[in-house]
Design a protein around this ligand. Structure first.
Ligand SMILES: [Zn+2]
Length: 585
């Protein structure tokens, strides 16, 4: 069920977010805001700010933020709806809920899907713990050293063999079968006549979102049938690239350790949790994505990757370096000894804790590997290795980090820093400085951020942003995501509906609403700067292409490219003049 935005705003207007937070955090007034020690990460000097005017909180240490509802969800482990109910009661507002079951059409599809997933989860669990057929699965778990409490904590289950055990159960419970198929529980027969179970004779791993709600299932085959792991399809409640297996169970420990351990599979997660490494997570058969890192950012300060000691493990770890560099997220990596996975390593008495605490940065590990793999003792190897690393640096957006990395690549391959920089064609303007209150903001492009801030505080300009199609000139992922939302709303900053914002962007929104604002340049200057930046980038790419065409002797191409370049240079100087004139006025 979805509570309308107006009702949410009404609730918030009748209660004080300061009162809500003060139940958990001791707050002191500073100017127009309130400040305290963040309850979501450990800190000694307060960076947790609550604003009564903005009806929002934000921690400038760990970057989390949101409305009073979000605070209650995080602090008390409630779902959004539960938090709404608590505060509605406080505000004296009666929520009108449509009756369950009876008025099914009125309930949103999402909540129906969740109810079906929940039903299936309880069914699978019962089969594992009580069913006769579950014996094989129980045996498998004990063979893999998964203790009962871990199986319970992760709500493991068993899907019986045969074709329609779950289908029959759902039917008996009066469940909507096409909706059950949409949830990925059952599959429609190609004949169109009836359904069969998706998971058959498999150990079942419920996959939940960060609030612990089941969104899908993964199943491991127990009889050698392929594939070994079968995941449910995406659905309105399950977006694979945005879910991390084990996150819900890891949240309490992440609060204190702020370090997420990333492993490869479901069983690795379970094994680590039951061995005391309770911040272990895994993605669902995909590589880590930017969305994963955004979800982790509010809960962790670093990620430690733990990969098997084979070539595939190494490759997978190094592949994710680009992503960590682009997101500016600290990452270290543990490559286990050859022929070991986390399970066998712990079994053999290996000291995983010390491997984790002494793990080197992913960048450094990748660099050292490149030296060996490309054989940097040969000139060709040196060139190829350096080239490989420089390419990775192209995703670094923080100028300071870029400097440090570029220097290190130069050192290791014995090249001058200038040569390394020279290779970075089409690179960004690295001379830009970060603003004073950079914290997490340092990962956002400063110009992108200025545009977003301007739109948030100047609603009249939002339409111009959309009509001018300026989104395509934006660089930073999270700014780009939020600006799309902001530009389409009409509310001024003072009453901006923080609860309507997509989950991933709420932290940034609360930050912008609460931070001390410096006067931002007018929109038309920012617009010109955005366009100018794109033009500069194209010009610099063209220069490279022209050089390449010259070297290959393709003079026709050279003249075409030169013409294009002249055109761009013209546009560029026109914009530059416009900007300069506006600034000098
Ligand atoms: Zn914090």
């Amino acid at each position: 069920m979805r509570v309308p935005d107006e009702v949410l705003e009404e609730i918030k207007s009748r209660i004080s977010i300061v009162d809500v937070v003060a139940q958990h955090v001791s707050l002191k007034r500073t100017g127009k805001n309130w400040k305290g020690l963040c309850p979501f990460h450990s800190e000694k000097t307060p960076s947790f700010v609550v604003s009564e005017d903005r009806n929002a909180y934000h921690c400038f240490g760990c970057g989390c933020g949101g409305s009073a509802f979000n605070f209650l969800m995080e602090a008390e482990g409630l779902t959004f709806l539960e938090a709404v109910k608590v505060l509605a009661a406080k505000a004296g507002i009666v929520l009108e809920f449509s009756g369950e079951g009876k008025d099914a059409s009125a309930r949103s599809e999402q909540s129906q899907l969740r109810a079906l997933l929940d039903l299936a989860s309880r069914y699978y669990r019962h089969q594992l713990t009580n069913g006769r057929a579950g014996a094989e699965a129980r045996e498998y778990l004990s063979r893999r050293n998964v203790p009962d409490d871990a199986a319970e904590n992760f709500n493991l289950g068993y899907a019986p063999g045969g074709w329609d055990a779950l289908t029959r159960y759902l039917k008996k419970k009066g469940a909507d079968l096409s909706l059950s198929a949409k949830a990925g529980l059952i599959v429609e027969k190609t004949s169109g006549k009836g359904f069969y179970d998706r998971l058959r004779n498999r150990l079942v791993f419920p996959i939940s979102d960060s609030n612990g709600r089941v969104v899908s299932f993964g199943g491991r085959s127990l009889d050698g049938s392929e594939p070994k792991y079968l995941n449910g399809p995406e659905s309105p409640v399950f977006i694979k690239s945005e879910v991390l297996y084990g996150l819900h169970q890891a949240i309490p420990d992440l609060r204190t350790s702020r370090r997420a351990l990333f492993v490869e599979g479901y069983l690795d997660v379970l094994r680590l949790h039951s061995s005391g490494f309770r911040t272990a997570l895994a993605s669902l058969g995909t590589a880590l994505t930017a969305a994963h890192l955004r979800i982790l950012r509010r809960r962790a300060d670093e990620v430690v990757l733990i990969y098997d000691g084979d070539d595939a493990g190494k490759k997978a770890a190094f592949r994710s370096l680009d992503l960590f560099l682009a997101e500016g997220f600290p990452c270290r990596c543990v490559i286990l000894p050859e022929n070991h996975d986390p399970d066998s390593f712990i079994d053999s008495g290996g000291d995983l804790a010390s491997l984790i605490s002494s793990a080197e940065s992913l960048f450094e590990a990748c660099l050292e590997d490149a030296v060996i793999r490309f054989d940097a003792t040969r000139p060709e190897g040196k060139l190829a290795g350096a080239e490989f690393m420089i390419k990775k640096l192209s995703s670094v957006s923080d100028p300071l980090a870029f400097d440090v990395y570029a220097k290190r690549v130069g050192e290791v391959f014995n090249l001058s820093e200038k040569a390394v920089r020279g290779r970075m064609r089409g690179g960004r303007d690295r001379r830009k400085e970060n603003g004073p209150n950079a914290s997490l903001a340092k990962n956002d492009d400063p110009l992108d951020r200025a545009v977003l801030e301007c739109l948030l505080y100047a609603p009249a300009e939002r339409a111009r942003f959309i009509e001018g199609n300026l989104q395509e000139h934006m660089r930073s992922g999270r700014v780009r995501g939020l600006i799309d939302f902001v530009a389409r709303r009409v509310e001024p900053a003072a009453t901006f509906p923080i609860d309507a914002a997509p989950d991933d962007f709420r932290d940034l929104l609360s930050e912008l609403l609460i931070e001390d604002r410096r006067a931002s340049p007018p929109f038309d200057i920012l617009e010109a700067k955005l366009k100018l930046r794109s033009l500069k980038e194209r010009a610099s790419n063209l220069t490279g292409d022209i050089r390449a065409a010259e070297e290959s002797g393709d003079m026709d191409k050279v003249s075409i490219l030169l013409r294009e370049k002249t055109q761009i240079d013209k546009e560029k100087s026109k914009l530059e003049n416009a900007v300069n004139q506006r600034i000098s006025h």
